[in-house]
Design a binder for this molecule. Structure first.
Ligand SMILES: *Cc1c(COP(=O)(O)O)cnc(C)c1O
Length: 462
């Protein structure tokens, strides 16, 4: 492939960092006017951003502003689109309604009322996350835990329900707008540990959020050290889902408790667990600063492995070259590409979504440009109610053009890795748009899934 990417020099030597560590400084929609870089935008543009930021979560920090965004390329810069709200993220009607409220009043309660009304229309809980995946004990839901696939439990520690910056496309956006009902959280580590201890077929714990890496190391120690107890032997892998390598790599390098964090990772690895940092990178530009490369080096030295994942996003990474280069850089830095996701059916989906056929083309073209070591990435994958569905490709079978699909993960493990087929549809952007091929009425798993939903037996079998 022709390596004609607009990148600067690569960091090959171990990086030198400034003696004076950067302080974490964050801005939310109330501090819009304090972001100096935005002064170059017109009054109208700034107002448009405020309108959107009153509905979708907004939060950005100074590292992202100063080191990741190319301010000579606004508004097209991919990292700008990744964190700053754009007018087009709302429908015209919703935008106008919110704008009208903001122009006519400064009464918070009226603003919030309108915002909530619009938010409700944006499918805040895709794939029944809140209702279908939460396990029960003595007929009580266990807050802060999701258990959808047999091997893996998701944990949402209450102190980790925010991020160093917010992504404008986040599928968990509803968690960040202050409505307590929408928020998964669990104050008590012991509930998690007792659930894990009782379920010996769980091998993986995935700590997620928000971003667990916003937590002080002390808090992480509380959750993680307890996993080393003998009654949790069966927990082989501890995954930590995080965007901190992108948004605040100083977390691993120069924060007050960075060294303790590195020691913690090392201790868990030495105790015989696999530690996987599930790093969220949307664009290779996030991996170019000296501090992120230093963070990667420090994490890898602990014996933890970094795996990477990202959704495919219009306006940000809808380009096979961006993915190919990102994966190559990841392999060079010792990271393992893991998942490419389809943007979910929530929030500003219409701004970011691409047709499924396009997602497959981007994946295929990108994969063709890289060596086998970067082909560990699977996708494009849709996280749906019944499971993770991968678009394997487009084919023609017995005269009919079809999508070839498979489950990468399923509510019933028996569904996994069975090819199945949907009618080709060039406009489809999500699983719900697909219909079974060959004149069939239902997909093979459909009756069983519907029965699970109806009988509320989704999780009981574990
Ligand atoms: C993706 C996912 C997992 C992890 O699946 P793996 O295929 O093991 O990476 C676990 N739980 C939920 C709800 C998921 O969406």
């Amino acid at each position: 492939m022709a390596p004609v990417f607009p990148f600067k020099t690569r960091q090959v030597e171990p990086v030198r960092l400034d003696d004076q560590p950067e302080a974490f400084q964050v801005y939310t929609e109330r501090q819009f006017d304090k972001i100096e870089a935005l002064n170059q935008l017109s009054e109208t543009q700034r107002f448009e951003m405020k309108v959107v930021a009153n509905i979708l979560p907004f939060r950005v920090n100074r590292y992202v502003i100063n080191h990741l965004i190319d301010w000579n390329n606004i508004p097209d810069d991919p990292i700008f689109r990744l964190v700053f709200p754009q007018k087009e993220m709302l429908s015209e009607n919703d935008f106008e309604q919110m704008a009208a409220v903001l122009r006519s009043t400064s009464d918070r309660s009226l603003i919030v009322q309108k915002a909530n009304e619009i938010r409700k229309k944006l499918n805040p809980h895709p794939a029944g996350q809140q209702t279908l995946n939460v396990p029960y004990e003595n007929d009580e839901p266990i807050d802060g835990i999701q258990h959808k696939y047999r091997e893996t439990v998701l944990f949402f520690p209450s102190q980790g329900q925010v991020c160093h910056s917010f992504c404008s496309f986040c599928f968990r956006w509803a968690q960040f707008i202050g409505d307590k009902n929408l928020r998964f959280s669990n104050k008590e580590a012991y509930k998690l540990h007792s659930y894990l201890a009782k379920h010996r077929n769980i091998s993986d714990l995935l700590i997620t959020g928000g971003d667990p890496m916003v937590m002080k190391t002390d808090h992480l120690v509380t959750y993680l050290d307890a996993l080393l107890k003998p009654e949790l032997d069966h927990i082989q892998t501890i995954r930590i889902g995080t965007k901190s390598l992108s948004f605040w790599p100083q977390r691993f390098v120069s924060d007050d408790d960075s060294d303790d964090l590195i020691e913690l990772l090392k201790r868990i690895v030495q105790a015989g667990k696999h530690v996987a940092i599930m790093a969220h990178f949307n664009h290779w530009r996030e991996m170019m600063t000296p501090v992120v490369q230093e963070a990667i080096r420090r994490i890898r030295k602990t014996g933890a492995v970094i795996r990477t994942q990202s959704p495919l996003l219009n306006h940000i990474n809808n380009d096979p070259d961006v993915w190919a280069y990102m994966w190559q850089e990841q392999v060079r830095l010792g990271l393992i590409p893991y998942y490419m996701f389809v943007e979910r059916d929530t929030g500003a989906r219409h701004y970011f979504e691409v047709p499924l056929v396009r997602a497959w083309e981007v994946y295929r073209q990108a994969i063709q440009k890289v060596s086998g070591l970067a082909r560990t990435v699977r996708g494009p994958s849709m996280s749906t109610g019944p499971g993770k569905v991968e678009i394997q490709g487009v084919s023609e079978i017995a005269g009919e053009k079809v999508f070839v699909l498979r489950f990468l993960q399923g509510r019933n493990p028996d569904w996994i890795q069975r090819p199945f087929y949907a009618q080709f549809d060039p406009e489809a952007t999500w699983f719900e748009h697909l219909k079974p091929a060959f004149g069939e009425e239902k997909f093979f798993f459909q009756d069983e899934y519907e029965a699970m939903c109806k009988n509320k037996t989704l999780l009981r079998s574990y």
